[in-house]
Design a protein around this ligand. Sequence first.
Ligand code: NAP
Length: 250
Amino acid sequence: MARILILGGTTEARELAELLAARGVTATLSLAGRTISPVAMPVPVRVGGFGGAAGLAAHLREQGIAILVDATHPYAAAMSSHAAEAAAMAGVTLLALRRPAWQPVAGDDWTEVPDAHAAIAALGEASCRVFLALGRQELLPFIEAPQHAYLIRSVDPVEPPLAVPNAGYILARGPFEAAAELALLRDERIEAIVCKNSGGSATYGKISAARALGIRVVMLRRPMLPQATEVATAGDALAWLDHAGALRGV
Ligand code: NAP
């Protein structure tokens, strides 16, 4: 049976590990180590970087990995590019499990921007109440726009806090229900959301709530990812692995 390494950090990575475990296949899941207490995983987990594409290629060879599943977050562009390079270097099959992006629908008010600096420009000069639904590492640029009042939601505390005069913090881990998101945005009198196009249902509640409340969304565009054989769901990945013969011997 082929040895499988899943590059994770997403719900889909965990779901695929669960599906494989249910088939009696033990894959290893790799996490970047960004969250202090990650959700429990049903398979062996390794944590931390590999040391670039060359480090990952060496790991693939040492561990006798035959199939690498890149199920990282759609914004983890560096890791996806290392995965593609390392798979080529080590002669390992690569499968990318990529959650489709959300598409705007009637009633949405989205401004798509390439990065946080462009998001700040899109927010404008006039002070407004902004919900920042970004990773802890992506908040720093917003000190350039201290005129806004920020509500920041993250899994782990933002340390040190953002150096702006008006910021509130919520510690929470998704999934987030649309009704609760609507209540939050309304109660906090939010006027703009800055977020990533994560796709999937777990964090879509704020997008549908913004539509219902007429709140504008400044959406960080997805980064370019390397070409790879691609599937959209954990179930599709399992079917692909099955078809590729990776689950044979079970
Ligand atoms: P990144 O910028 O693509 O990766 C930076 C480095 O982190 C990689 O070069 C690699 O280090 C290490 N790394 C990333 N994913 C890894 C994994 N699954 N296993 C082992 N090492 C890994 O990705 P990022 O810094 O994690 O995040 C970039 C964006 O994705 C941010 O917008 C973030 O909010 C979002 N995001 C990430 C996660 C996550 O779990 N990583 C979850 C949700 C959202 P080496 O070069 O040393 O191998």
